[in-house]
Design a protein around this ligand. Structure first.
Ligand code: 4HQ
Length: 265
């Protein structure tokens, strides 16, 4: 898969794509990343890429012509490439969209700076707008890296071969279960016994239940789209009871403290 990134800050991409899993994926030829400096497509003497907004107001707007020329050049190789603009106004990015985009042979990612791009860039060149979340970044570069990272790890060979199967199973749309490694005892905090039992079925059940517990406690919205087995539903019933009990224990402790610190009036 090939990514073309259009940016005013090409230097921002060197370490994320030079290191670790993505660096190796590039070395292996599993992904190709080309960084295009939009400033190279400004034809005037001072290579101006931004200007004040019509109608007045704060900040600068990225000019249409340099971006238009950059996109036209990149597309001249392959007219089918899809142009994505990173912006808080885009569709919220998620795992499902990452999976869908992973099937495109070529994506062009346009990174905006300042107050964003001239609206005519969006009208004429952008196929899709993506937001990585409801917050404001200084530019689209980090958002483009997030999108590329999430897509790349889904491509065959980028992660270890045994990892890929898990992705598509119905283990998705739940949060991950807790993980432990040595030592067994860290200053009195122990690893759950079941994990050293050697009983693979009990371990799998414990992990599934803990994944359900975390999801229920921290992201109950995810449980709505999760595919749950009858056993999952039984686990959820147990989790809710356990949560009630621990809340009762908390209240008990709180009452006990209150009694001991009672202030007579
Ligand atoms: N920006 N998801 C403003 C973002 C953003 C986001 C990119 C800042 C575009 C002009 N991009 N520029 N959130 O905050 O994608």
């Amino acid at each position: 898969m090939r990514f073309d990134i259009l940016t005013l800050f090409p230097g921002m991409f060197s370490s994320p794509f030079g290191e670790s899993i993505l660096g190796r994926a590039i070395e292996k030829g599993l992904i190709q990343i080309r960084i295009i400096n939009i400033r190279d497509f400004a034809l005037d003497k001072h290579q101006v890429v931004d200007d004040a907004p019509y109608g007045g107001g704060q900040g600068m707007v990225m000019k249409v012509e340099p971006i238009a020329r950059a996109i036209e050049q990149v597309k001249s190789g392959d007219a089918s490439a899809r142009v994505i603009y990173l912006t808080p106004q885009g569709r919220p990015f998620d795992q499902e969209r990452a999976r869908e985009l992973a099937s495109y042979p070529r994506l062009i990612l346009l990174c905006g700076r300042y107050e964003g791009v001239d609206e005519r860039v969006r009208d004429r060149f952008v196929d899709e707008e993506i937001s990585i979340g409801d917050y404001v970044l200084t530019g689209g570069e980090l958002a483009a890296m997030v999108v590329i990272d999430a897509i790349s790890r889904l491509l065959p060979g980028v992660l270890g071969s045994d990892r890929s199967a898990v992705e598509d199973s119905f283990f998705n749309s739940l949060l991950e279960y807790p993980q432990y490694t040595r030592p067994f005892d860290f200053k009195g905090s122990l690893v759950p016994e079941v994990l050293i039992s050697g009983n693979h079925q009990s371990i799998a059940q414990w992990r599934r239940k803990e994944a359900l517990r975390r999801t229920w406690l921290q992201r109950p919205d995810l449980l709505e789209k999760a595919r749950l087995s009858p056993e999952d539903r039984r686990f959820l019933g147990e989790i809710k009871k356990e949560n009630c009990k621990s809340q009762m224990a908390d209240r008990e402790l709180e009452n006990h403290r209150a009694e001991k610190t009672e202030i007579p009036n």
